[in-house]
Design a protein around this ligand. Sequence first.
Ligand code: CA
Ligand code: CA
Length: 409
Amino acid sequence: MLTLVVGLLTLVFGALFLLFSLPARPPQSSELVKYGTGMACAGAALLLLRLAAFVLPEWNARRRSPSLRMRREEYARHQSRTSAPNRARGSEGGVLILMLILVGLVAALLAQSHALARARAARETALRERTMLRQAAIEAAREALQRLADDEDLGVDSASESWAAPLDRETPLGIATRVRVRDEQARFDLNNLGVAAGPGRRSAEDIVMDIKTLCGDFSPATRVAALRDFIDPDSAGPREADFYQKLNPPHRCADRVLSGWREAMVVDGWDESILARRPRERIAGSFDAQFVDQVALIPLPRTRPIPININTASRETLRAVMGIEQDRLVDMVLTLREIRPIRQLDVFIVTASPETFDRLRPFIDVRSRHFRVHARAEWNGRRYDIEALAVRSDDGRVRIAQWVEDDLT
Ligand SMILES: [Ca+2]
Ligand SMILES: [Ca+2]
């Protein structure tokens, strides 16, 4: 009886496994087929064994000897009259409990295997989608970098050039990609604070103070000096290594160019609020510029300042770099570049004095070498972002100076 029940159950569960394997996907289905085939074979073997060991010999014996059959029947009747019912019931109860335990075990095994396979399939799907999104974002970024390299006029750069146009696409797989290329030299690079001003030249510190003033901060000197000390390689100043070592907890003074905004937030007097956009209506007039729109952080060491591009910089950045008092010069630049991008800096010598031109020369240019590429791929509510800092040399070759990937899924 036991072999019959166990054999039948194993066979049935083997068949169930095989049935489950039909709608399942490759890694899951092959495992289910493996389990199912094994169990079905074991069940069938058990039933065959029972057939060969008990059923066939009994059937043969009965067929050959009618007297034996009669004796068996008489014995069975006798057993049923005496203690047999109790024993049979006990044996049937044992088989039933065993059967239930077996059913439970197999069901648990089946459920666990199913859950594991589903979790694995979900992980694999997520990984596949992430790879697809990443590939699409890389492809989009690569196309933007190629457009930068293909710039036909490397002598001048303006916001109307093809590399500056937004690039929105959809891949054949339905992944939406968008790329934006930002001229990093349209803004003033705060890392210029690490370069000492030459004689007769405007200092980066004065420029950053003018930016802060245009943004409504009328007492920026201490904060700007702290940022300068943090970036410049020397240790002469009020906010150098000794100041940061005395803090609790102490931290290091960078004394080099900053690689990102997080580093700038360590500087005494600087925090996230400096990068937050202020409501325009709070300060009316010409002091409502947004600091975050005027500045950049190009994480490259330098011996000379990285200039702004006067063809792409905003009015506020132009005012800060040339000096708040240089409105005439700023207006002239804005008027000239409306007509066509400014190709030569000679125009400054005509409008401003040679001294003014000399003072500003390290901070102004008509072309750009540093670009920030933002590529995003989106599909099915998942997002993948790539941000790259591209540096274009004078011969048009583009190299990646910084590459950051952000999986926003
Ligand atoms: Ca160009
Ligand atoms: Ca320093």
